[in-house]
Design a binder for this molecule. Sequence first.
Ligand SMILES: Cc1cc2nc3c(=O)[nH]c(=O)nc-3n(C[C@H](O)[C@H](O)[C@H](O)COP(=O)(O)OP(=O)(O)OC[C@H]3O[C@@H](n4cnc5c(N)ncnc54)[C@H](O)[C@@H]3O)c2cc1C
Length: 497
Amino acid sequence: MTDNTNHAVVVGASVAGLLAAAAVSDHFDRVTILEREVLPPPGKARKAVPQGRHVHALLPGGLAAIEQLLPGFQAELVAGGAVRCDSMKEIRFVASGHEITRNAASATNVLASRPYIEGHIRRRLLALPNVTLVDGSSVQGLVPDSARVRMAGVQLSDQVLTCDLVVVATGRAGQLPAWLEALGYAPPPEEKLTVDIRYASRHFHIPDGYLGRDKLILIGAEPGRPRGMGLFAQEDGTWLLTLVGYGPEHKPPTGDAGYLEFLASVAPADVLAGVLAGEALDEVVTHAFPASRRRRYERLGRFPRGLVALGDAISSFNPVYGQGMSVAALQAVALRQALSSGADRLFQRYFKASRRIVDIAWELAIGSDLSLPEVEGERPILTRLTNAWTEQILKVAEHDPYVAEVFGSVTDLLAPPAVLMRPRFVWRVAAAGARPATARSTRSESRLESRRAFRRATANRTRPRCTTPNHPAAKAMNTPRGGGPSCGAKDLQRGSS
Ligand SMILES: Cc1cc2nc3c(=O)[nH]c(=O)nc-3n(C[C@H](O)[C@H](O)[C@H](O)COP(=O)(O)OP(=O)(O)OC[C@H]3O[C@@H](n4cnc5c(N)ncnc54)[C@H](O)[C@@H]3O)c2cc1C
């Protein structure tokens, strides 16, 4: 390829790479995105992005960042079938056993499958006149200038592609540390927290009438029950159900019977009834996620000029918190801002801004995981105090709309955690904590209620019919009371305790 000036190369054409290309397209004459996979048409599942088969939340903070980079994006998603929903009224969110009140003011969420979201971003990028995407093109390494202090290009299998800026968005398994070492630079220090998460997902058709107004149901893990679930309305009218477990003992099974038993151990009764009344549309697919990991590029004293990175290449978080795409979008906005002040000290300015973004998501994810005794890791005094405070916030957020709204703005990546220390917020949480316990739902009460509701649902003569194939629990649910097999509903009740 020929020499060029004012040319940026982005390595990786997944969400982070595409958004980075949007960000740099304002500042470079030409942008080339290099992707090693031969890409399927936009909207189709990708082999190199296997996590795309599982639920993917786009947090309101991430959605707003994409909107800055690609104006009109949200409207386009919705016009194509994505489900718009009100994050308080239409999302049921149970965090660490506390169901957050629905009465708070809230942000807009858009629900869609991961391939749909990525496909829409790709279409928008390809419409930009100065952006070219070359797929089936694997980058082998970085090419420095003769002094080895700045980027001159990237190495492809048979040639060098010259450029002035390289943006690395090669994902969690990306090779940037090794590429740096090959040039004589130190790799970044790493931090990680082992979570040993397993996902198991399946699409369902769920008949109307079971889930009320809910379009997204998220039940998080809690101490003593390191399992969770997410049920997301999808753009094609189906529901995507993901079951999640921490550690080998809580690995969600893939067979029909085991899958539903696991579901019964976490799902509220109405959700379980809806799934049992529904129809499974495909086989269960799984994904293992060993550890949240963060690479601290901002701590490196020496770094080649004309090189930055973003997305999972820098940090990948326990996916249950739905942060990856949103953090990448916020980093892309930070990159655009850093470029608007020129190329001087770009690495330092960009990585400083990126660190602030990652810090927030990292603290939220790591803090939540360390609130589970089942996750191994050091818990310094600050972590223990923060987790005790978060537990108190969640208790109050069960009934206090103001507390729920402010806390939601932080987990949605719309506001910094500092808002949780504002006097009015602190006073509301502390004052509620000082009052004697009321009849409101606590973690153990809500779990008990869920079990009671499940028993009522399974014992009720008018309970829904299950069309999920040949599952003993389904047979029990569909068999008149007293006439069912000895397994099934009973087993499910045991699983729910
Ligand atoms: C199970 C699971 C569930 C998740 N759920 C959510 C969620 O709910 N919400 C959310 O926001 N995030 C979620 N995430 C995280 C999210 O998928 C990622 O953060 C997101 O894909 C952005 O990643 P990325 O673009 O940095 O990397 P990736 O998506 O991994 O893409 C990297 C790209 O780089 C390409 N590439 C790699 N090496 C080279 C090379 N040498 N040359 C050329 N191309 C190369 C790859 O082929 C790939 O296309 C989840 C992750 C997992 C594992």
